[in-house]
Design a protein around this ligand. Structure first.
Ligand code: 5CA
Length: 444
C-alpha cells in the first residue's frame, strides 16, 4: 500500500481534546473519527488493528470449543421484562419504539437473548454443555463517555455464554474461559491479571476482571506483586489442570476497588509486595447460576426424569477497547514511537525510500523490495511521498509497523537498512530481513 493512496489522515500535532495517549494517537493517525459523543467511525488503520484483535479472540474461543453465532444488535423488550432487567438496567439502555409501537432496545449485553435461543431448542442434559459466543456491537448510554474508544457508548464486544447441568460443570466452563482469556491477552502481547471483581448489573456471585496495568486505567487495583509470576503455560483444558490454574492465581490477593478490604490486604500481603495501582479492564467473566434461566424457564431434562434450570455464566472481552489498551501499554509518547505487536500490527513493515525530486531510483528499489515481501505474505506500507526523511520516519513511527526498511539511492539491491521501529538500524540482506519478520510472525 502506498501512503499517498491510503486513507490515513495524519495530524501534525496531538489533538487537544484527547487526554490519554491512546486517544491522542488514534486521532492523530486517523484510526478513528468521532461521529457523535461516544460514537466513532473506524478508519482503515484502526479497523485493520481491531479486525486482527477480533480474529485472535475468535481463534482462542474456538480452541476451547465455543461455537460462534451472531445475534442482532436490536432486541425486543419482552425478554428483558421476563428476566426482570428491563427496569433495573436504567438509563444506560437505549430504548427505541418501532412503527408498530413495540418497545425495542439496542443491546447492551445478551444474556436474555441467548437464553431465549437456548430454551427454544435444548431440552436435555445430554446436549450440555453448550458454549456460544458472538462478536457484535453493543450500546450503553454511558453518563460520561471518555478517553475515546476506551469508554464509549457504541463498542465492539465478544460475549460468550455457557449453559451447564450443574454447578460443578459450570465451574469447569468458567475455568475454560479463564484460561482462554489468559492465552488471548498473551497473544496480544499484554499481561492481563485476573482479579476478583464485583458483578454489577450482570449479577451472580463469582466474577473476575482481567486487568492490564496502566496509569491511565479507570480501575483501581490492589494486588500482590507475586501474581505477575504465575504462568498458564502447560495448562490443559481438563478439569483438574484448570482448577489448579485458578488456584495458582487465587492464592494471591488481587482485587478491584469494590472488593478491597484494607485489613485483608495488609494481612495477606507482605509490605514490599503490596501494589496499589490502576489498570484497564479488558475482559470480565461472570458466574450467575440460574439468575436468567429460572425467570426465563430455561430448563433441561435430567437423568431420572427430573428437570432443572441450567447454570449459566457469561464472558466478555472488550474488542474495541483492546485497541486502546494495547496503545496504552506500548506507545512511547515521549519519543512518539508506537510499535504494534506483530500479531495485530496494521502493517508488518514500513518501507521508507528517500526520494529526491526527479529521481525515482529509491522508489523503484522500494517497489522491488515490496514485491519480494508481498510474495512472502508480509504486509507493507511504502511512504512514496517526497517529504524529507525525518518527517517520514516521524509518521511511520506513529503508524507503528513493528519493522522499518530504509532505502537510499545508494542502497544495494540485496542489502537494506533494517530496524525494529524505534531502535537502531543495521544493514542486512533482504533474505535475512524476510527471515526475521517471518519468524516473528510465526511466534504469534
Ligand atoms: N455480559 C457480560 C459479559 S459477556 C458483560 O457485558 N460484561 S461487561 O459489562 O463487563 O463488558 C465486557 C467488556 O466490554 C468489559 O470488560 C470491557 O472491556 C468492555 N466494555 C464495557 N463497557 C465498555 C464501554 N463503555 N466502552 C468500551 N468497552 C467497554
Amino acid at each position: 500500500m502506498y501512503l499517498t493512496k491510503s486513507f490515513i489522515p495524519i495530524l501534525k500535532n496531538n489533538p487537544s481534546e484527547a487526554k490519554i495517549k491512546s486517544h491522542q494517537l488514534m486521532l492523530r493517525v486517523g484510526m478513528i473519527k468521532q461521529s457523535s459523543a461516544g460514537i466513532y467511525s473506524w478508519l482503515p488503520l484502526g479497523f485493520k488493528v481491531m479486525k486482527k484483535i477480533e480474529q485472535i479472540v475468535r481463534e482462542e474461543q474456538n480452541k476451547i470449543g465455543v461455537q460462534e453465532i451472531l445475534m442482532p444488535t436490536i432486541q425486543s423488550s419482552e425478554i428483558w421484562k421476563e428476566s426482570g432487567r428491563y427496569d433495573d438496567y436504567g438509563e444506560e439502555m437505549l430504548r427505541i419504539k418501532d412503527r408498530q409501537d413495540r418497545e425495542m432496545l439496542y443491546g447492551p449485553t445478551n444474556e436474555e437473548l441467548v437464553t431465549d435461543i437456548f430454551r427454544a431448542s435444548v431440552k436435555s442434559y445430554k446436549s450440555l454443555p453448550q458454549l456460544l459466543y458472538h462478536i457484535q456491537w453493543k450500546f450503553r448510554d454511558e453518563v460520561r463517555p471518555r478517553f475515546g474508544i476506551m469508554r464509549c457508548r457504541e463498542f465492539y464486544m465478544k460475549d460468550a455464554y455457557s449453559f451447564d447441568v450443574s454447578d460443578e460443570e459450570a465451574f469447569f466452563s468458567y475455568n475454560k474461559f479463564f484460561l482462554s482469556y489468559l492465552r488471548t491477552f498473551k497473544r496480544l502481547d499484554l499481561t492481563a491479571i485476573p482479579m476478583a471483581a464485583d458483578t454489577g448489573p450482570i449479577g451472580g456471585n463469582l466474577s473476575h476482571e482481567f486487568i492490564i496495568l496502566a496509569d491511565t486505567g479507570e480501575s483501581k487495583i490492589f494486588t500482590d506483586k507475586e501474581i505477575f509470576k504465575v504462568s498458564s503455560d502447560n495448562t490443559k483444558v481438563e478439569k483438574k489442570s484448570l482448577e489448579d490454574l485458578r488456584k495458582k492465581y487465587e492464592k494471591f490477593y488481587a482485587v478491584t476497588d469494590e472488593k478491597f478490604d484494607k485489613k485483608e490486604f495488609e494481612n495477606k500481603v507482605i509490605e514490599e509486595n503490596r501494589l496499589i495501582t490502576k489498570g484497564i479492564e479488558v475482559g470480565h467473566i461472570f458466574y450467575f447460576g440460574d439468575k436468567y434461566s429460572k425467570p426465563m424457564g430455561a430448563s433441561v431434562d435430567l437423568p431420572g426424569g427430573r428437570k432443572d434450570f441450567v447454570k449459566m455464566g457469561s464472558y466478555g472481552v472488550g474488542v474495541s477497547r483492546l485497541v486502546g489498551a494495547i496503545i496504552e501499554a506500548k506507545y512511547d509518547d515521549k519519543n512518539e514511537v508506537m510499535k504494534w505487536p506483530i500479531s495485530v500490527a496494521p502493517y508488518d513493515v514500513s518501507i521508507i525510500p528517500m526520494i529526491n525530486k526527479n529521481d525515482n531510483t529509491a522508489l523503484e528499489k522500494a517497489n522491488n523490495i515490496n514485491d519480494e515481501l508481498i510474495k512472502n505474505n508480509i504486509e507493507t506500507i511504502i511512504d512514496d511521498t517526497d517529504e524529507n526523511f525525518s518527517s517520514k520516519i516521524k509518521k511511520m513511527n506513529l503508524i507503528g509497523a513493528p519493522f522499518q526498511i530504509i532505502i537510499g539511492k545508494q542502497t544495494q539491491d540485496d542489502l537494506v537498512e533494517f530496524k525494529e521501529t524505534g531502535q537502531e538500524s543495521k544493514k542486512l540482506k533482504l533474505e535475512e530481513v524476510i527471515k526475521i519478520i517471518k519468524e516473528e510472525k510465526v511466534k504469534n
